[in-house]
Design a protein around this ligand. Structure first.
Ligand code: HSE
Length: 424
């Protein structure tokens, strides 16, 4: 049986789950993967008290990266700076790498993969996107014969959990976030989940694999779910949608575009049915059409499952080099894709105001597909909420329309708008 020796840095939620699985259930890996994995060294800044297993623990994480005995260095500390130093040191010492760190790959992926090539080692990063759902394996192995045209996915478990709870249980945003944190789904700073950063980082990694673009997270345009209210959720329900946070990637000629925003998904689309902390990714390929991957995208056990799958792959010889031939395509923040839009506008509560607002859409030659005007819930009733579903608009057109609405005398100054999903 093949055997590898590993060092693990980081013993938080994910590190703990990886160690538990390796220490308590080695028989599963030996049977399913034909591999024996020995944990030689654990790096934990708090020392032995933080590791509830009989293993060698070092408070100095660099000791693990320098350990001559190990074949693979497993980085589970998160963050960028120290994680990068540790991974680089381990590679310079000839160690393969397994990491769950999407920020590290999305920000420094090109440098790290170049360095891995130079030192003849491999980097496994399955756990960096969609947790326990093997989407990276799908892209670099199962779909290797195909040209990817586009992908659309729910890539953040925490926001999907929050939006699902707000919709199904009528939970408040705050209560749902607290529950997600207690389940170990959220990042240590949940801002990264809520504001869309986490999903954007994951989408940039998918783009690198799907479209052969650089690992360039800064070229992704994205937004978060912080402005979604229970009123938006109710309007979505009334109109036949669920609100989800969706990342899109597509390529046109040699230029890929990746973006991630809260999006209204029609109830008859598969992505609308993805509840709890689940992730789902639809990958559309020329000739093949769409394949869809669904499963847990956050939490200690799903993430540990992906880390261990990478270890088994490395023990079994690793992966072919992805996108090593030819020029890289570029990643641009400019989106050419048009989406119908949900507008939520506070309109003056006076005769003719709605007619004037709808004429602003007509002036821009934008069709109104649906319009709801409920009575105001506010005490003063100076404004009434008006919801409009428009025809398809580009990012540029939607910005122009929003500015026009916000500067109109018939509206209050804040207009909300969200995308409506289209399957490209
Ligand atoms: N915080 C992430 C999420 C999990 O909620 O999806 C790790 O990527």
């Amino acid at each position: 049986m093949k055997s590898i020796k590993i060092g693990v840095c980081g013993v938080g939620n994910v590190g703990g789950a990886v160690l538990e699985s390796l220490v308590n259930s080695p028989d599963i890996l030996e049977r399913n993967g034909g591999v024996k994995i020995d944990v030689i060294s654990v790096g934990a800044r708090k020392g032995k008290s933080a590791v509830p297993f009989d293993l060698n623990v070092s408070k100095n994480l660099m000791d693990v990266a320098h350990n001559d005995e190990i074949d693979v260095f497993v980085e589970l500390i998160g963050g960028c700076q120290l994680a990068k130093e540790l991974v680089e040191t381990a590679m310079m010492n000839g160690k393969n790498i397994v990491t769950a760190n999407k920020a590290l790959i999305a920000t420094h992926g090109d440098d790290l993969f170049n360095m891995a090539k130079q030192y003849g080692v491999q980097i496994g990063f399955e756990a960096s996107v969609a947790g326990g759902t093997p989407v990276i394996k799908a892209l670099r192995e199962g779909l290797v014969a195909n040209k990817v045209l586009w992908f659309a996915g729910i890539l953040n478990g925490t926001t999907n959990f929050i939006l699902s709870k707000m919709s199904e249980d009528k939970s408040s945003f705050e209560a749902a976030l607290l529950e997600a944190q207690n389940l170990g789904l959220a990042e240590s700073d949940p801002t990264m989940d809520i504001d869309g950063t986490d999903a954007a980082q994951k989408a940039s990694i998918l783009s690198a694999l799907a479209f052969n673009t650089p690992y360039d997270f800064k070229a992704v345009s994205y937004g978060g779910i912080e402005s979604i209210t229970s009123d938006d959720i109710e309007y979505a329900e009334q109109l036949g949608y669920k609100i989800k946070h969706i990342a899109y990637g597509s390529i046109d000629e040699n230029e890929a575009n990746v973006s991630a925003y809260p999006t209204f998904v029609p109830n008859d689309q598969l992505l609308s049915q993805v509840g709890k902390q689940m992730n789902a990714l639809e990958i559309n390929c020329e000739g093949l059409g769409s394949t869809v991957y669904y499963g847990p995208g956050a939490g200690p056990k799903p993430t540990a499952s992906a880390v261990i799958a990478d270890l088994v792959d490395i023990a079994n010889g690793g992966w072919h080099e992805n996108g090593s031939l030819g020029e890289k395509n570029t990643l641009s923040s400019k989106s050419y894709q048009k989406f119908s839009r949900y507008f939520n506008i506070n309109v003056k509560n006076e005769a003719g105001a709605i007619a004037k607002v709808s004429s602003l859409f007509a002036e821009e030659k934008i069709s109104i597909e649906a319009l709801i005007q409920n009575e105001s819930k506010a005490n003063n009733k100076l404004f009434v909420p008006v919801v409009i579903i428009s025809g398809p608009l580009s990012d540029r057109e939607v910005t122009q329309m929003t500015n026009k609405l916000e500067s109109s005398e018939e509206t209050s100054s804040t207009v909300k708008q969200y995308r409506i999903h289209n399957a490209l």
